[in-house]
Design a protein around this ligand. Structure first.
Ligand SMILES: [Zn+2]
Ligand SMILES: [Zn+2]
Ligand SMILES: [Zn+2]
Length: 282
């Protein structure tokens, strides 16, 4: 079974560039230093049988969907309810329409679903009579694997300050964002994973995120073949950091895709160059 992970965004909560910041990374012309808020798309299977599972719905989801050519999904997985991971929920209406107004299947921890219902009450209110919003079928999970759109998903619980966050494993691929600690039992759930996407905020330690060094250590413990880092802030310049990392570890970047193919090979697909027209000259 082919499993691909596409970076819809690889940035920390403020996105990079960050509003009002004068640092060299925020001003870098390198597109790999431009990071929308962290999210991925799992593409499982191929051709007409492809199943698309969106992980998190960032405030940037509109741009992320447009540039990925994404018009519909088969399910939405929520890691946790910090604003940078779910405040695009209203904009899912575009994917709801693109999916033929079939209710979107939404999967979250019970406490995450409760929080979403408090923040976006109208989206979950069947009495709310307005056709311009997305509609959802909601599902909660705990520790057991669950099935989303016919795909088996294994939750990987991790610690994020005083809350838990769900990582997700599908086949030999796994995605873990927003964590400062991956418990032993969750490292065990990564056994056999070949490609991992993992939180690595910056070099220095942080109370609710992994530092680059700590993230490398966890990937090593898990024994993955490749690790790509995400939720990156402006302390980490793409080319400089990649030159320092071991060959099996890299910073992720927006629109990069990495797949474990049906034949077992790992394929990395770089985004096509931007087709943006040159700026208008006055
Ligand atoms: Zn975050
Ligand atoms: Zn900056
Ligand atoms: Zn968070």
């Amino acid at each position: 079974m082919r499993v691909e992970m596409e970076f819809l965004g690889s940035g920390t909560s403020s996105g990079i560039p960050t509003i009002g910041c004068d640092c060299w990374v925020c001003h870098s012309p390198n597109p790999r230093n431009k990071r929308l808020r962290s999210s991925i798309l799992f593409r499982v299977g191929a051709g007409d049988d492809e199943r698309r599972l969106l992980v998190d719905v960032t405030p940037d989801i509109r741009m992320q969907a447009l540039r990925a050519g994404l018009t519909s999904v088969h399910g939405v997985l929520i890691t946790h309810t910090h604003a940078d991971h779910c405040h695009g929920l209203d904009d899912l209406r575009g994917l709801y329409w693109g999916g033929g107004r079939e209710r979107l299947e939404l999967f979250a921890y019970p406490e995450s679903l409760e929080q979403l219902k408090r923040t976006f009450g109208y989206l979950f209110d069947d009495e709310y009579d307005y056709k311009g919003i997305a509609r959802f079928n909601t599902h909660v999970f705990e520790h057991e694997a669950f099935v989303a759109a016919g795909i088996t998903v294994t939750p990987i619980p991790v610690v994020h300050g005083n809350m838990r966050v769900a990582g997700f494993r599908i086949g030999d691929c796994a995605y873990i964002t927003d964590t400062n600690e991956v418990p032993e039992s969750s490292i065990a759930r990564l056994k056999g994973v070949r490609v991992l996407i993992l939180d690595a905020l910056r070099r220095a330690p942080h109370p609710t995120h992994l530092s680059l060094g700590k993230a490398l250590h966890i990937a090593e413990q898990a024994g993955v073949e490749r690790v790509l880092f995400t939720h990156i802030n402006h302390d980490l310049e793409h080319e400089q950091i990649n030159a320092e990392l071991p060959t099996w570890a890299r910073l992720g970047y927006d629109r990069l895709r990495v797949a474990v193919e049906a034949d077992g090979s790992i394929r990395v697909t770089e985004p096509a160059p931007s087709k943006e027209p040159p700026p208008v000259a006055f």
